[in-house]
Design a protein around this ligand. Sequence first.
Ligand code: NAP
Length: 248
Amino acid sequence: MGFSITGTTALVTGANRGIGEAVVDALVAAGAAKVYAAARNAADLAPLTARHGTRVVPLQLDVTNAAQISAAVAAASDVQLLVNNAGVAAYAGGAFTDPRWLSAGREEMEVNYFGTFAVTQAFAPILAQNGGGAIANLASVASLANFPLIAAYSASKAATHSLTQAARVMLKAHGTQVSGVYPGPIDTRMAESVPFDKTSPADAAKAIVAGIAAGDEEIFPDAMSQGMGAAYLADPKGLERQIASLAA
Ligand SMILES: NC(=O)c1ccc[n+]([C@@H]2O[C@H](COP(=O)([O-])OP(=O)(O)OC[C@H]3O[C@@H](n4cnc5c(N)ncnc54)[C@H](OP(=O)(O)O)[C@@H]3O)[C@@H](O)[C@H]2O)c1
């Protein structure tokens, strides 16, 4: 089916930097009429509004704050495309018994899973009322098999993947298209210590927007995720073994 970006109204969470900022740029370039750029600190959105003028509308939104989610729904009742991009990677590299996995993992679950869930619940009726629309959730290749270096983050992104599957089924009657996005390493602050080749946020964002337009259920926006995505779809246990051997 697919989702035509031209003339549409979108909302992107975590839009002030990294992949989120680049997705706003890519949506504008693809012909979106209006993009609500949502961020915890709306002042961080100044570069986007300087680039795009009134086509980008700043919105304050911490995805863990219920009152701010309600205010965003009231302010942005014309949204047709929701990109749940906001995310956090709070801890990396501990031994399995390191207690910091638990505190960091709770924060990661709160933002990456419950935040995405809460924003999607709030906007699902808006999308339905505006004709069905589309949702894209930023998961990760680490959703598909656990990367032990980021063990708790991987679990939060597996939860995001599972939520994406639930939304696809449960919002089908509204006519809402639901995509999961499964990037490998993208060159943002989150991945600054990742020792692999990284794709630029601009290239990843173009692939994400193209995937939404094409109606892809799984979007693999970079070379590593294309390889691992194909491996996952062919043989999930094989991908787990491949990542385990990388970790070893
Ligand atoms: N970079 C990668 O290699 C990679 C790979 C796979 C998936 N991803 C996913 O892609 C998404 C974007 O990541 P990125 O690489 O662009 O990371 P980033 O540069 O660290 O940006 C993260 C964004 O999320 C926002 N955010 C964090 N907590 C939030 C909250 N509670 N409410 C609202 N916004 C919040 C941040 O806002 P502040 O500036 O206020 O902190 C920032 O705008 C994330 O979901 C990430 O997990 C990234």
